[in-house]
Design a binder for this molecule. Structure first.
Ligand SMILES: Cc1cc2nc3c(=O)[nH]c(=O)nc-3n(C[C@H](O)[C@H](O)[C@H](O)COP(=O)(O)O)c2cc1C
Length: 223
């Protein structure tokens, strides 16, 4: 959520960014919460939105979060979001953010063209875009996810850089053996920064009472 390991002190595009960053999908998921946190939390530098795609998406059927031990949770939200056009309407109401906070809008798309479309719709109301390449909905024929392939990471990053003039941050998946090479592919496609990391590998959660699988989840939060 917000932790010392997410502290940033850098120039991103035209803005000096200082302070903590919220991560995508947790707390700062709606416009009213984003505005409230921007107003009330001076230590925040970057506020990241929930990942947004082209069309509205319901996400997985509940349960989407489970607690498997006192100190860890699993999640399987499934990229629930209202779609880029509806989210642009929300952002219009709050952009630019109070106190000069940096609004990093997280986006995803299953093809480079779709990602470009989402980028173009949301860029006017964002200080930067974060590309979520860890969703398992990459172009058909290319395997599980964009972020597992150097070629796709390059192609999708470049596609976005070609159509926007704001900083582009590429969020990496840890579920690869060559994360350094993937980061370099993002950099050579023009990424302005890297965000590390997205959630750790999928895992089945077996309900201790029914002994059935209740959640095919990803390890996300350790407290
Ligand atoms: C409930 C929940 C929803 C999330 N939704 C998104 C999302 O929409 N997009 C994304 O890129 N990451 C999403 N994440 C991943 C987090 O942004 C973050 O990368 C992950 O929790 C690892 O960071 P941590 O080690 O600080 O927990 C989500 C995580 C959780 C727990």
């Amino acid at each position: 959520m917000i932790g010392t390991e997410k502290t940033v002190n850098m120039k991103l595009g035209k803005k000096e960014v200082k302070g903590f960053a919220t991560v995508s999908g947790i707390c700062t998921t709606t416009a009213d919460v984003i505005r409230l946190w921007a107003k009330k939390i001076p230590q925040l530098g970057i506020i990241t939105t929930k990942s947004i795609g082209k069309d509205p998406k319901e996400g997985n059927v509940e349960p989407i979060i489970c607690q498997v031990s006192k100190r860890s949770f699993r999640n399987a939200v499934g990229l629930a979001n209202p779609g880029c056009e509806a989210f642009a309407e929300e952002l219009k109401e709050i952009y630019p953010l109070p106190n000069g906070k940096f609004l990093l809008t997280s986006i995803f798309g299953k093809t480079a063209e779709e990602l470009q479309y989402v980028a173009k719709v949301l860029a006017p109301y964002s200080d930067g875009l974060e590309l979520n390449f860890s969703c398992p909905h990459a172009e058909s024929g290319y395997g599980s996810s964009i972020g597992s392939s150097k070629e796709l990471t390059y192609k999708f990053t470049k596609a976005v850089k070609d159509v926007v003039n704001i900083p582009v941050v590429v969020k990496l998946t840890p579920n690869v053996d060559n994360i350094g090479e993937i980061a370099k592919a993002a950099e050579s496609a023009g990424a302005d920064a890297i965000s590390a990391i997205n959630t750790y590998k999928p895992e089945e959660f077996i309900d201790p009472y029914t002994k059935k699988v209740t959640l095919l989840a990803v390890l996300a939060v350790k407290i």
